[in-house]
Design a protein around this ligand. Structure first.
Ligand code: 4AD
Ligand code: MG
Length: 463
């Protein structure tokens, strides 16, 4: 008999019908006459209750129905007398598909997330991680739908590249050479390497995305990116997924409109399509989760220049607010705590900070006439800090080339990028959303390692 997914069983009102459920045991408790087994198959946060009469089955079979065991159950769908569930299955046949011995690491409730991270291959079977990864899936669907509906083309940029898109040098090298034998970087004959030159994993698809946007008009990427920055924080991964839309003829105000509209759409999508999982996370992880999500969708984001932001932070320090990282004034790079002060304490809503000092931002951003600032637009979120980094791009060939030289970058690696400015250059803009930062925000989880199935961080590449 074909199995019915738990999510469909719980919606069904075909009482009296014989059905088959398959899944993993969450709990098993017994009275003298009857056993109750909560079965979950990952299709929903909810379990289906199996009711099995004690005298109908072997005692040996019941002994094997332990937390984590995999079962197939055939029985009659019945209206449930118990509160909180509409239906249950009265078991006629129970088959143990996979027994689960007592050393199952996910057996106990309330294990810490640190503990569960060591078992990333098994934590997927817990309620919390089930909810997180169902939501993660839904957010990916929302993102594709948003861009598709708004006339953007999904554009795939290379994973292996020879350019440093952010110019920050935080790259993982890709090579087939045995570098231990070939010697140090200076002496390595990269012409003998697989690609005939030095290559790395991409830190961002933006530069190639710009090539797409200046031909197709509006594109977005959605792919993995890699950064070898040694940041051991709850918000950094060495391998993360990024969404990077890029649009021809877009100016700074339109870019900020797009950032705000897009992220609100994603959050609203979660509210509309992930209700059960969000309700669970709101109860178990963060009691203010739903409220926070709803308020982000409702509020207009504050648009704040970097210069004004620094003034607010300086005033806060004068008023006695203490920060772990000092507020050193104009030109400083904001730490996450500074961003969160502005968002959570000062404005109490998301902020799009813009017009950053050139020195602290990437080479490709469009310069303002003041000669000091660039048209960068970062979206700062409660609990997260920076969730989006974006900018208008410098479309002037000479200015862009000057910036590449000023930063000591190798012009020859960017000739194809400069060509977009040489041949029919156009104003354009785009941004990058860190997918896991969005998932962190939407799920209320605290650590970015807990919103990607198999996190990669310094000294950790298990699985
Ligand atoms: O601000 P970033 O570095 O911007 C770019 O890469 C641009 N090329 C984007 C663009 O304009 N097309 O990164 C963009 C976003 C950040 O705002 C953050 O959400 C996320 O990517 N991010 C990370 N997420 C997890 N772990 C890391 N190590 C991250 N670094 C950046
Ligand atoms: Mg950034």
């Amino acid at each position: 008999m074909k199995r019915t997914k738990v999510i469909d069983i719980l919606k069904s009102e075909d009482y009296g019908k014989t059905i088959v459920a398959k899944g993993w045991v969450r709990t098993h408790r017994a009275s003298k006459v009857v056993h109750f087994i909560a079965l979950n198959d990952g299709s929903t946060i909810h379990n289906v209750q199996i009711v099995a009469d004690t005298d109908k089955f072997d005692e040996e079979l019941f002994k094997q129905i332990t937390t984590g065991a995999c079962l197939s159950v055939e029985g009659e769908l019945c209206k449930s007398p118990a509160a909180g569930q509409a239906s249950e299955i009265h078991a006629a046949k129970i088959e143990i598909l996979g027994p689960c011995p007592g050393d199952y690491p996910m057996q106990k409730k309330g294990q810490s997330f640190e503990y569960m991270r060591q078992y990333a291959h098994l934590r997927l079977r817990t309620n919390t991680f089930g909810a997180v990864f169902r939501i993660r899936h839904n957010m990916a669907i929302a993102i594709h739908k948003y861009f598709h509906d708004h006339g953007f083309y999904y554009f795939n940029t290379p994973i292996i590249t020879s350019s440093d898109a952010e110019g920050a040098g935080e790259m993982f090298q890709v090579t087939t050479l045995d570098l231990a034998r070939t010697g140090k970087d200076d002496h390595v004959a990269y012409d003998r390497d697989f690609f005939g030159k030095k290559t790395n994993l991409t830190v961002s698809g933006q530069l190639e995305g710009e090539l797409g946007a200046t031909a197709l008009g509006a594109i977005y990427t959605f792919g993995p990116t890699f950064r070898a920055e040694n940041s051991n924080t709850p918000r950094h991964l060495a391998e993360f997924w990024m969404i990077e839309p890029e649009v021809a003829f877009m100016d700074k105000d339109e870019l900020m409109d797009l950032e705000e509209d897009f992220i609100k759409y994603c959050v609203q999508w979660a509210l509309d399509n992930c209700q059960d999982d969000l309700a669970f996370l709101n109860k178990m992880i963060d009691k203010t989760l739903l409220e926070t999500l709803q308020s982000v969708v409702k509020e207009n984001f504050v648009r704040l220049s970097y210069t004004e932001g620094i003034e607010i932070l300086e005033q806060a320090v004068r008023d006695g607010r203490k920060f772990e990282f000092p507020v050193t004034g104009w030109g400083m790079d904001l730490a996450s705590e500074h961003e969160r002060y502005l968002v959570e304490e000062y404005f109490k809503r998301p902020v799009i900070m813009n017009d950053y000092p050139s020195e602290i931002k990437a080479f490709y951003m469009k310069k303002n006439p003041d000669g000091k600032t660039m048209q960068g637009t970062d979206v700062l979120f409660p609990r997260i800090g920076e969730i989006i980094g974006g900018s208008v791009r410098e479309e002037n060939y000479g200015k862009l080339l000057d910036e590449i030289h000023a930063r000591g970058m190798d012009e020859s690696n960017y000739s194809w990028y400069l060509d977009t400015r040489k041949y029919g250059s156009c104003p354009h803009a785009g941004f990058g959303l860190g997918f896991e930062r969005l998932i962190l925000f939407v799920t209320g989880m605290q650590n970015i390692r807990d919103v990607i199935p198999f996190p990669r961080t310094p000294k950790n590449a298990e699985f």
